[in-house]
Write a protein that binds this ligand. Sequence first.
Ligand SMILES: [Ca+2]
Length: 249
Amino acid sequence: MSKVLRHFFTVVALLAPVTTLQAGRFYADFNSGEPPGSRISGDAMFNPGAGVDDSGMLRLTVPDKNRQGAFIVEDFDEKRKVIGFVADFKMLIGGGGNRGADGMSFNFARQIPPSIGEAGSETGLVISFDTYKEASGPPEILVKYFNETLKTVELAKLRTGNVFVDVQIKLATNKLLTVTYDGRLLLECEVTDYKPLGGAEFGFGARTGSSFDSHVIDELSIVTTVERKSGPNSRSTNPVPQSTTVAKD
Ligand SMILES: [Ca+2]
């Protein structure tokens, strides 16, 4: 290739708008209180010594009546649009006797309100773990997007007793949402209307009523894939993975 041609292609590469992908990361083991870049509300608290391997943990509710707690991870992608994510965490729901309630929610949404409970926010994507159904029927996992239910999966058992189970919630960049619970793929759902959210938050909520449970989270990891439109000043046409640990305590 001649020098002139090489120069031409270099200029084209620098000027063309290119979508690149970067990954942000949030991690919290809750061993030393509130992680930077997060907030709690309601009855949520950090308990030392009661989590995985007797480490600290995040307790959204105690096993008592009429409790509500939330934990919000603030945007760690500088308002860039999130086109996919993988959230891994340990979850414990139990301690409320034969009929626990009401469950908890995982949210990726804008301006998550503090009282989301198990139903979740109406401003984005929600995976709801609804355990109250155990009183009159099987418990359910629901996928909702802007308050529209996209998928419901009934389970024989959703409460975990006094043990933590591994949960993974993944939104692939092709809009396929998967929920893996205790090593089993429980749910697949294509979120066809998903539009990449910028400036959104991740959050957990839980609630109890006349029936109740402990709702607990530990060892939370969230990795995002974000869209970035590079402009004329871009010097790279390749995806540039970048890991940013916002909180690791
Ligand atoms: Ca911990």
